[in-house]
Design a binder for this molecule. Structure first.
Ligand SMILES: [Fe+2]
Length: 282
């Protein structure tokens, strides 16, 4: 199954590159997403190894397939956005999670709720997953539980890969390359403080909606706040092992966030991680 998943990822990437051309914005994004998929796959394997003991080889193949293909819908999204930029296509909002879900649902080899439902909800609010009719209608509790376990795996691996990547990517943040349709970051935005909404959301231990992140330090805070939506101990282990808190504080200081604020942020994260380790013990 995994081999077929790797082939599919490559095929969809190649097809996307054929359609959007060799240069420019969308080609760059397609390349980024292929790299991202491989990074998330690596993280997924790491988390799996420590968290999923006593599982069958079949389950492992299914779980890691969902991880590897979680962003497969991105290629279709880029193709459509490219078409639009050339004056064609439809003026609708594309949800790459939904596009990936629909694509794999039509492929008998991958049409398994443990693969497609985690992909459909990897970037949504968890409430959306729990109220999904297809999920709710699964009668077998063990299967339902596996869908949830894999969803958590995909979400953790995705967030940790991005947290690791973005903390060293100030140049990417400076140009906002990762955001489609957004102008380069102005000097004003780089020097702006953390906005109030972002700071209060962070202190309330919630993830921060991209809509509220209007400055560079807001974006750094948004990446850091993904930590409030993590499910497995091993993901926190990864965060600690790579000293990501220290790096995020340095990241914020680079954007001229004061000592007092950075101290409060550091303390908040340390206390939060201690609390989560306690909750996830055993
Ligand atoms: Fe995604």
């Amino acid at each position: 199954m995994l081999e077929a998943a790797k082939r599919l990822l490559k095929e969809r990437y190649n097809e996307c590159r054929r359609k959007v051309g060799d240069k420019g914005y969308f080609a760059h994004f397609a390349d980024e997403k292929l790299h991202h998929s491989m990074q998330v796959f690596g993280l997924g394997k790491y988390i799996y190894k420590h968290e999923f003991l006593n599982k069958t080889a079949e389950f492992k193949g299914i779980a890691l397939t969902s991880v590897l293909l979680h962003d497969i819908g991105r290629f279709k999204e880029f193709e459509e956005l490219f078409k639009r930029s050339e004056g064609g296509g439809h003026n609708v909002k594309y949800d790459h999670s939904q596009l990936g879900y629909e694509m794999l649902k039509d492929m008998p080899e991958f049409n398994d709720v443990r693969i497609i439902l985690p992909i459909k909800h990897h970037g949504h609010l968890l409430e959306d997953f729990y109220s999904d009719e297809e999920y709710k209608s699964i009668e077998d509790d063990a299967l339902k539980n596996e869908v949830e376990e894999i969803l958590f795996l995909v979400r953790d691996a995705d967030k940790m890969a991005n947290m690791y990547f973005f903390v060293d990517a100030k140049d990417i943040l400076d140009t906002m390359l990762y955001k489609i349709d957004v102008a380069p970051l102005s000097d004003e935005m780089k020097k702006a403080p953390i906005s109030e909404k972002v700071f209060s959301g962070f202190m309330a231990e919630t993830v921060i909606n991209n809509r509220y992140a209007v400055s560079a330090p807001d974006q750094a805070m948004r990446f850091l706040a993904w930590l409030f939506d993590i499910n497995y101990r091993t993901s926190y282990d990864y965060f600690e092992k790579h000293k990501l808190l220290k790096k995020y504080i340095a990241f914020l200081r680079y954007y001229q966030i004061g000592e007092n604020d950075s101290f409060i942020i550091e303390k908040k994260i340390k206390e939060y991680i201690t609390k989560r380790y306690e909750q996830l013990k055993g």
